[in-house]
Design a protein around this ligand. Structure first.
Ligand SMILES: Cc1ncc(COP(=O)(O)O)c(C=O)c1O
Ligand SMILES: [Zn+2]
Length: 414
């Protein structure tokens, strides 16, 4: 396999090092990122070659950090990019698109992409046990991916997560450990577990490889738009990694000549109850200040975001903005996307829709350029968010007369 990855580079001090399972730069504790020699793949990684490959994330394998053939995640990714005209009219956005990553195989969130990369890498390293600290979606993805790959999985989550996210991890036979405390505590514990056990914790010592999986969101958006970059992408932020990786993906495509260079803006979305990155953007700070999360948007509830400063820099570099709608707006956003486009998003998606509404009102999309909403997870995973309102219009006996009474009276009720 021809591959472009040549090593790991520290994002802080620029020091290079070998491709190993390491959590951070040994010099300065900065985050690490795979380094590519794009000249190696210029001739093989063409629009035609990509188009001839199966519709999954591995069609972009030259720009993913593997040395061998991928072994995990066949069929994962290549989710639909859908026009959203009805939602667009409601939000006042002329050319609106939804990247529906809630349809990602196998566990209905974009985290399946990252896990495909991380577990393929874990197998290259000869690891037999993998795991993660998770706000829920990653737990589902690691549990499913490990089961399919025949790896042992040990997964740590805050013990009070949504029921579907807990059941949807345990069902795959993973060892699921509930931790009393929020995600930031779970993450610190996982760092210590790596030191003790040497397991492949995807967002600790496999993080440099795992995070690259998010680039495939950007590659797909560009390819699905006929190899053109969109004017705007609204991206949910927890640790802030995905936003930075969408920028990296767009820039790598430009460097390879696969898309024309043109301005694009990346906008970040966080819930008001956990908005360290958005808050720092609004306050003009270079670094997010850690917060204690208090929001229904559990998937974005990371109070001390690992890639927060990098996400802030990417937002500013692309002339984007950040928004942090409240929980009520998030629920309205979930309903609006469902009622206008027939797409059910989890709370992270509701956050993106609600942020897009605020951004549209502020004139952020006034240039009329295409706007893509990254909808990163499925609504069935967070039904608790909607439990405030009963789902039935009525409960009746199985008699036509009862139905007719209900139907004729419905306008007068409420
Ligand atoms: C559904 C969903 N969307 C978005 C994110 C945020 O991704 P990042 O941590 O890369 O900012 C997460 C993270 O857990 C998530 O679960
Ligand atoms: Zn460093």
């Amino acid at each position: 396999m021809i591959n472009a990855v040549v090593g790991l580079r520290c994002k802080e001090c620029g020091r290079d090092q070998a491709k190993e399972p390491v959590a951070a730069c040994p010099e300065c504790w900065g985050g690490l990122e795979p380094l590519y020699d794009l000249d190696r793949v210029r001739r093989t990684f063409t629009r035609e070659a990509i188009a001839s490959r199966p519709a999954d994330l591995w069609r972009y394998r030259e720009l993913l950090p593997l040395d061998d053939e991928p072994t995990v995640g066949r069929g994962t990714g290549f989710t639909p990019l859908l026009p959203a005209p009805r939602l667009g009219r409601r939000l006042g956005i002329r050319d609106l698109w939804v990247k529906y990553d809630a349809a990602c195989h196998p566990t209905l969130s974009f985290k399946d992409r990252l896990v495909a990369v991380a577990l393929s890498k874990a197998r290259e390293f000869g690891m037999d046990t993998v795991g993660c600290a998770s706000t829920g979606n990653l737990a589902n993805a690691v549990a499913a991916g490990a089961a399919a790959a025949g790896l042992r999985a040990v997964i740590l989550v805050p013990e009070d997560l949504e029921a579907a996210k807990l059941v949807g991890s345990a069902v795959y036979g993973a060892t699921l450990v509930g931790v009393r405390g929020n995600y930031d505590r779970v993450n610190r514990l996982c760092t210590e577990i790596v030191e003790r056990h040497g397991w492949g914790i995807v967002n600790v010592n496999l993080r440099a490889y795992y995070a690259e999986g998010s680039k495939t969101v950007g590659f797909e958006i560009a390819e699905q738009r006929g190899w053109r970059l969109p004017g705007h992408v609204v991206v949910p932020m927890a640790g802030g990694s995905m936003l930075t990786k969408i920028e990296r993906a767009f820039r790598q495509l430009v460097e390879l000549g696969l898309v024309e260079a043109r301005p694009f803006r990346l906008h970040g979305a966080q819930p008001a109850g956990c908005a360290p990155i958005s808050g720092a953007w609004k306050a003009g700070l270079a670094q997010p200040r850690p917060v204690k999360p208090d929001t229904i948007v559990r998937s974005l509830a990371i109070g001390d975001p690992t890639d927060g400063a990098a996400a802030l820099a990417a937002i500013r570099r692309t002339d984007g903005r950040a928004e942090d709608p409240g929980d009520d707006e998030v629920v309205d956003g979930i309903r609006l996307l469902a009622e206008t486009e027939g797409l059910f998003a989890e709370t992270a998606g509701g956050t993106v829709v609600a942020a897009a509404q605020r951004l549209a009102r502020a004139g952020a999309f006034a240039d009329g350029e295409p706007v893509v909403l990254q909808i990163s997870g499925q609504g069935m995973k967070t039904v608790e968010a909607l439990s405030g309102r009963p789902p039935f219009a009525a409960v009746i006996d199985a008699r036509i007369a009862d139905f007719e009474t209900f139907w004729n009276d419905r306008g007068t009720a409420a």
